[in-house]
Design a protein around this ligand. Structure first.
Ligand code: FAD
Length: 417
């Protein structure tokens, strides 16, 4: 079989991570091909909640998580559910998640997350300037809401970390203060943290389409095929894509939740699984959403997507092939209606499920493969792939062009497990 085409870089996966890496490498003068098997259908990047969640620096595996999580595990409508048939498969991941919640690992992961966030925030501004994309953003902050004082008190772990890392936040303890930022919420909400530097895209689907368009305009090649095998040599990498071969000097695996098998073929056993998430997008609700809302105690968020409102969240461990359970999206909506009276006045909605690519310590893998420095990894961004895409892209670019990365990379190593 003859090589199909010659490129400096072949990227497997055209979600927000692959696309952002492609743009960054094009800026460094590299020729890039993106190979994506099924971009329109399955990727998580097109229909997520659209938040650049720069304040979300606390890993999910907090020291107290295992006190509250087990009661949710088997409630199909709770914020965190494990499908009984998936219990054995997810068990090793859960053990690592538990280990990640120990104070030592948790503290290390939090620091690393904060540095990646700070880089990503600056890198996003560079990306927005380069792509002339300001018109696709909302800069309206985020209100993180709590009904119960004891839950708000527990959230000090986040606010203290924000203070340490210079992330602006203002804490509220009355419904009146909250009402000044977001009128119309159930007055039971009396506690909140407001993070003014939070940014949203007006629509994640348009965001990725826009970046894809620029990638192609700048000479990038998009190949809609599945990458089946990667064979690194001394001077290049061959990638088998169905009936043909692609030849490139470097290959980046950025295949989101589907990256595990490809990494395993490069000699790395990465504990990557998927946290499936749901959302429901409502048209014409009449609710005047002023900022991104996070209902921290209930595991869902409310964001503006163009003129519509998207309610999204939930974590479901059920693997990559089981059909969605859209009752979970309905449950999110019911909860949201309790807290945002009038939300259901809309006239049309659609539901979606996406596959978050998740690693137990909430940090992505950004590294060379064990087998060859010609194959690199950029996956496992979990709940934060949109947020960390521009920062990840700069780090991968630096690893490829042999420049010192802007932050310490050890926490993102493929060998940390
Ligand atoms: C409900 C929900 C809400 C979310 N909200 C937010 C948010 O507000 N902010 C945020 O930062 N993040 C959010 N996320 C997480 C975010 O969507 C993901 O972290 C991010 O999209 C992952 O991007 P990716 O490029 O790694 O993967 P994906 O977008 O999943 O892309 C992977 C691509 O790889 C391709 N692929 C896989 N295997 C192969 C192969 N063998 N050959 C060729 N192509 C292949 C797939 O077709 C796919 O297009 C949310 C996720 C969900 C589910």
């Amino acid at each position: 079989m003859k090589p199909h085409l010659d490129y400096d870089i072949a990227i497997i996966g055209g979600g927000i991570i692959g696309l952002s890496i492609a743009i960054s490498l094009q800026q460094s003068g590299k020729t890039v091909i993106i190979i994506d098997q099924d971009y329109e259908q399955i990727n998580a990047s097109r229909k997520n909640a659209g938040a650049f969640a720069f304040a979300d620096i606390v890993p999910l595996a907090t020291p107290h998580i295992l006190k509250s999580a087990p009661k949710w595990f088997f409630d199909p409508e709770g914020p965190l559910y494990i499908h009984p048939a998936y219990l054995l498969s997810i068990f090793p991941w859960m053990v690592r998640f538990w280990r990640a919640s120990w104070n030592d690992v948790f503290a290390r992961s939090l620091e690393a997350q904060a540095y990646l966030m700070a880089l990503s925030r600056e890198a996003l501004e560079r990306q927005v300037k380069d792509l002339n994309a300001e018109f696709l953003l909302y800069r309206k902050g985020q209100l993180r809401l709590y009904q119960q004082k004891r839950n708000f008190d527990k959230s000090s772990i986040l606010w203290d970390a924000c203070s340490r890392h210079n992330i602006q936040h203002i804490l509220f303890n009355s419904a009146e203060q909250i009402n000044e930022i977001q009128p119309g919420l159930n007055p039971k909400y009396r506690y909140a943290g407001f993070t003014p530097d939070w940014i949203n895209v007006s629509d994640p689907k348009i965001w990725v389409q826009y970046i894809k368009g620029i990638f192609i305009d700048r000479g990038g090649k998009w190949l809609e095929k599945s990458a089946e095998m990667i064979a690194p040599n001394e001077n290049d990498v061959l990638i088998k894509v169905q009936e043909s071969m692609v030849n490139a000097t470097f290959c980046v695996i950025a295949a989101g939740a589907w990256s595990k098998k490809l990494a395993s073929s490069m000699g790395d056993k990465i504990p990557l699984d998927t946290e499936r998430g749901y959302n429901i997008t409502l048209q014409n609700t009449g609710f005047d959403l002023k900022t991104h809302l996070t209902f921290a105690e209930h595991g869902f968020v409310v964001s503006m997507i163009n003129q519509a409102i998207r309610v999204g969240g939930a974590v479901e461990f059920a693997g990559l092939t089981r059909p969605p359970n859209f009752n979970r999206a309905d449950t999110l909506l019911k909860k949201a209606e309790n807290f945002i009276p009038g939300l259901l006045n809309g006239n049309g909605y659609n539901k979606w499920m996406g596959f978050r690519p998740s690693i137990p310590d909430s940090l992505p893998v950004i590294d060379y493969s064990s087998l060859s420095k010609r194959v690199l990894y950029a996956f496992g961004h979990g709940h934060l792939g949109l947020t960390q895409a521009a920062g990840t892209a700069e780090l991968v670019r630096d690893l490829i062009i042999g420049q010192k990365p802007a932050i310490n990379m050890s926490a993102f190593s493929a060998k940390r497990f």
